[in-house]
Design a protein around this ligand. Structure first.
Ligand code: GLN
Length: 549
């Protein structure tokens, strides 16, 4: 029988509920339990795939091709279970499913209502995602008191009632602000937020109180008294300089013990040594590199969450501090590439739309000509390909049909624009629905022997995709003849997965790689990721060579 831990949030959003839930999950996993995490999103969108990264941060992609909330990225970085479609659902999906059932007549003429039909559907979805696990941590998006999240909270309450006394625990995350003018921490918002929760029938078993500093005992006692939560279950979660310290912080205050007791579980003691080791590595680097990241949403690091984490993980596994500086590609368009010279490596991440793309192409050229390590991810691979086509393969108009639909040299295009429809190829064109038209999720292909990619990955590569456009096979031979190497292609459709510059000969470059997929989604702090580790090593070597010169 799966046990549940519901994680709710109060007072304000962005307190790090996802990281708190994932950290508790990590402790429970270290105690030998089989643990998974679910994220319930209260918005009406069916998935976050069509939401602006400005509003929503990164869209995380799972192996099975779901476009999900970025919290699922945290989950995979903290525990070993791989997230799937069933680990994240939205109000939109629940309603869509209930309405479909209603249309099919499955409710036998009954009036279909929020309670019980929507709340039952939510419980079914929770059970579906939790199946096969000892403990499922269920993070409920939004803040207690929001109209939108009410059906989710109601469903959690009902589930805990039905499943029995030891089947569910509730953990509530709140804010304890420090008021500078008063010179003190304020507990009232937390008291009110717990009251709101109790009004709908949920009594938290533990409170995680976020503050910019540790919360002293007398404030914790006050929170305990007014919220009716045991004193030792009022846990202080202060700002940490790295998120990977949170499991230890929560364990030191006994959160896992409180939860296990509530659930009637007595697993082996926690072993957080992997977290201790990686925090130590993070805090005691031997080397340091600075990566220039050329993007569009430059001031919004939330849209590159997995990527910045992946670079940090590579730092952990190469003994280096990795600094990331964000550069606006439109600024490069306006002022040239001069600002790029100082970086130990250049990275162009994924992106959509035409804005700033010429700046990214210029950055790829600068990295190639100046032999600076370059990693292009998804759009970053496409711009590197366009750059090479224009400046080395005599295709001076080379463009992507995403940026110029009429280009006479569509070196990057929708596959339907260049491939015969043989029935095997998924049809994707500009008129398709925005959702569901992309190459999504994990795919495996062979890597060409004796390439840099083969050194990094070995004979095969399995990575996750999220893009519409592809390198156009009609031009690839010509571009390869001009020196670029396509080091991996998909088995059935022959799509370009990895491209690189050779390390010897006329076009030699020490480390220049473009990948059509998003490797960042599979990087974890425990293991790092071979591509990012290799990239950071190349950056270190570049820096060393430059310092020596
Ligand atoms: N816009 C490009 C495409 O759709 C790249 C997408 C991406 O970088 N994720 O193919």
């Amino acid at each position: 029988m799966t046990k549940f831990v519901f994680v709710t949030g109060g007072v304000v959003s962005s307190l790090g509920k996802g990281i708190a839930a994932a950290s508790l999950a990590a402790i429970l996993e270290s105690r030998g339990l089989k643990v998974t995490l679910l994220k319930l999103d209260p918005y009406i969108n069916v998935d976050p795939g069509t939401m602006s990264p400005f509003q929503h941060g990164e869209v995380f992609v799972t192996d099975d091709g779901a476009e999900t909330d970025l919290d699922l990225g945290h989950y995979e970085r903290f525990i070993t279970a791989k997230m799937k479609k069933v680990n994240n659902f939205t109000t939109g999906q629940i309603y869509e499913s209930v309405i479909r059932k209603e249309r099919r007549g499955e409710y036998l003429g009954k009036t279909v209502q929020v309670i019980p039909h929507i709340t039952n559907e939510i419980q079914d979805y929770i059970y579906r995602g939790a199946e096969g696990f000892d403990v499922a941590l269920v993070e409920i998006g939004g803040t207690v008191g929001d109209i939108e999240s009410l059906p989710f909270l109601e469903a959690a309450r009902q589930l805990s009632l039905r499943a029995g006394r030891k089947a569910a625990a509730f953990v509530h995350l709140t804010l304890v602000p420090y008021l500078v003018s008063a010179g003190e921490l304020k507990t009232k918002p937390t008291q009110h937020s717990v009251q709101k929760l109790r009004e709908i029938g949920i009594s938290p078993d533990a409170l995680l109180c976020r503050a910019d500093r540790p919360i002293p005992d007398d404030e914790r006692a006050k929170i305990s008294l007014f919220s009716n939560v045991q004193g030792d279950a009022v846990i202080s979660v202060w700002d940490a300089d790295t998120i990977y310290k949170i499991p230890q912080m929560l364990h030191d205050q006994g959160l896992d013990a409180i939860v296990c007791e509530k659930l009637g579980l007595s697993p082996k003691p926690a072993d957080l040594s992997v977290w201790t080791k990686l925090v130590h590595a993070l805090e005691n680097p031997t080397y340091e590199v600075t990566i220039g990241m050329v993007g569009k949403y430059v001031d919004l690091t939330e849209s590159y969450k997995s990527l910045t984490e992946a670079l940090r993980h590579a730092g952990i596994h190469t003994g280096s501090r990795v600094n990331i500086e964000y550069l606006d590609s439109e600024e490069i368009e306006a002022n040239g590439t001069g600002a790029l010279a100082k970086y130990d490596a250049i990275l162009v991440p994924g992106g959509f739309g035409k804005r700033g793309v010429e700046g990214k192409i210029a950055a790829a050229r600068f990295a190639r000509e100046n032999k600076i390590p370059y990693l292009g991810i998804c759009l970053g691979m496409q711009v590197a390909l366009l750059e090479y086509a224009r400046n080395k393969a005599g295709l001076s108009h080379a463009n992507s049909t995403e940026f110029d639909a009429q280009t006479d040299q569509p070196v990057v295009a929708l596959i339907t624009e260049w491939q015969n429809h043989d029935g095997k190829v998924e049809l994707r064109d500009v008129n398709s629905d925005l959702g569901g038209t992309m190459r999504l999720g994990a795919q495996t292909c062979d890597v060409k022997p004796n390439t840099l990619a083969a050194e990094i990955y070995g004979p095969t590569v399995t990575e996750r995709h999220r893009h519409r456009y592809e390198a156009n096979n009609h031009y690839l031979d010509r571009i390869e003849a001009a020196g670029l190497v396509v080091s991996a292609r998909t088995p059935t459709e022959d799509l370009c997965e990895i491209m690189e510059l050779p390390r010897t000969g006329d076009n030699a470059h020490p480390w220049y790689v473009g990948v059509q997929y998003h490797p960042e989604f599979k990087s974890t702090p425990r293991d790092g990721h071979p591509l990012f580790i290799s990239f950071i090593k190349a950056a270190l070597a570049h820096k060393q060579a430059n310092t020596a010169a």
